[in-house]
Design a protein around this ligand. Structure first.
Ligand code: TYD
Length: 208
């Protein structure tokens, strides 16, 4: 879908900082753009987000979680993304279907085909024009945070989950390189922001 751009990356990559900095830059330029995020982004979708991310819901079935992400997505598209695109605005969305593909389909092992099929129902034609992928492996993100106890059982379980997520993103990109702008996120925040802006200029989304 033209003018619909999503951001993806592993946890800890600095996506929240980068999207916020980009939003401020767009505001300075006076561009009429919309920044939103998933899971959530609209009233009802934010209520679903609370259920998904609630630490008391650790017994939630993985497939239930996958359906909730898709359900929140349907509502978010209806309330925020579709009206903004219809009004001719550019929409930047922090996470979208690719998060479900890699976190639920591959990380949780529900199967990529299942999660693609589920999300095809949820989004229809509303696939992003392209996706900005902030490229930093979980190992690099971990080192940047100053590390943690590698011998800790839970840390290492978590680590293998995030490695699957990262490898999942890499294979999606390899299968469809034109649909991604891969940004090296290993430098400073400012360097990463500059790379994102350059990519958006190249794609004709930001002015030179
Ligand atoms: P959030 O606090 O928004 O994290 P981040 O700043 O890294 O985006 O939490 C979102 C979490 O939800 C993140 O760990 C990825 C996960 N997620 C999925 O597993 N599937 C999805 O479809 C989406 C949108 C997010």
């Amino acid at each position: 879908m033209r003018n619909f751009i999503t951001f993806e990356g592993c946890d800890g990559v600095g996506k929240t900082y980068q999207t916020r900095a980009l939003k401020e830059y767009c505001q300075q330029l006076g561009l009429d753009v919309v920044f939103t995020r998933e899971p959530g982004g609209s009233d009802i979708a934010e209520q679903i987000r609370k259920i998904i991310l609630d630490a008391n819901n650790s017994a939630m079935d993985d497939m239930c979680e996958a359906f909730l992400y898709a359900a929140a997505r349907i509502q978010h598209l209806k309330d925020i993304v579709k009206p903004a695109l219809s009004a001719g605005k550019v929409v930047f969305c922090d996470r979208f279907v690719h998060s479900s593909y890699v976190y639920q389909g591959l990380g949780r092992g529900l199967g990529l085909d299942n999660i693609v099929a589920l999300n095809d129902i949820a989004v229809g034609d509303y696939m992003p024009e392209f996706t900005v992928f902030l490229d930093l492996s979980p190992e690099q993100a971990f080192m940047r945070k100053g590390g943690a106890d590698k011998t800790d059982r839970l840390e290492s379980v978590d680590f293998s989950f995030h490695s699957k997520v990262y490898q999942g993103y890499k294979s999606l990109i390899q299968a469809n390189p034109d649909k991604f702008e891969v940004i090296d996120a290993s430098g400073t925040r400012e360097q990463t922001q500059a790379l994102i802006r350059q990519a958006l200029v190249r794609r004709g989304v930001l002015p030179c």
